[in-house]
Design a protein. Structure first.
Length: 91
């Protein structure tokens, strides 16, 4: 696994754990990150990012725009979240 892939997975795990700590339900968090799509579609996207997409069997990648929206929903700075994820991926 490449470092860039480890970094992305560490970022997703970090965002997921911080959303959980803030008592966001999975669907609720997804609906706030992607308000322009139906809630079920947003929840499916978040599930595919966290786990495995049904059509590929691999986790869906995180676009920078999506990462920024995730950070905004959490009230956090994207660069800080990436720095923490980078440190976690390096372990």
């Amino acid at each position: 696994m490449t470092f860039s892939h480890k970094l992305e997975r560490a970022f997703v795990e970090l965002v997921d754990s911080r959303a959980e700590r803030r008592n966001f339900g999975k669907g609720e968090f997804a609906a706030q990150v992607w308000p322009d799509v139906p809630p079920k579609a947003a929840a499916s996207r978040w599930s595919a990012i966290r786990g495995r997409a049904t059509h590929t069997g691999k986790p869906q990648s995180v676009a920078i725009a999506d990462a920024q929206r995730m950070a905004e929903v959490l009230g956090e700075d994207l660069s800080y979240l990436l720095a923490v994820a980078k440190e976690n991926a390096s372990r």
